[in-house]
Design a protein around this ligand. Structure first.
Ligand SMILES: [Zn+2]
Length: 68
């Protein structure tokens, strides 16, 4: 039971990762990859390299994290 719950949590994370990756690929298709989904500014290259699916620039992400 415990094992199953943990496996389910792992699957949830995979689903989330796939959604983020798919959204990033959609942005590639629309030629807006690398631009923040919120403010439209360029997402820093170092940020994209460490998280290629990052949808927001550092400032907007921090704002979201703070609002949570
Ligand atoms: Zn932004």
């Amino acid at each position: 039971m415990q094992q199953q719950a943990m496996a389910q949590a792992a699957v949830q994370r995979l689903v989330m990762q796939r959604r983020r990756a798919q959204a990033a690929l959609d942005r590639v298709d629309r030629s807006v990859y690398g631009l923040c989904c919120d403010c439209g500014m360029e997402i820093g290259l170092d940020r994209l390299l460490s998280d290629p699916a990052a949808p927001f620039c550092r400032d907007c992400q921090e704002e979201r994290d703070a609002a949570r």
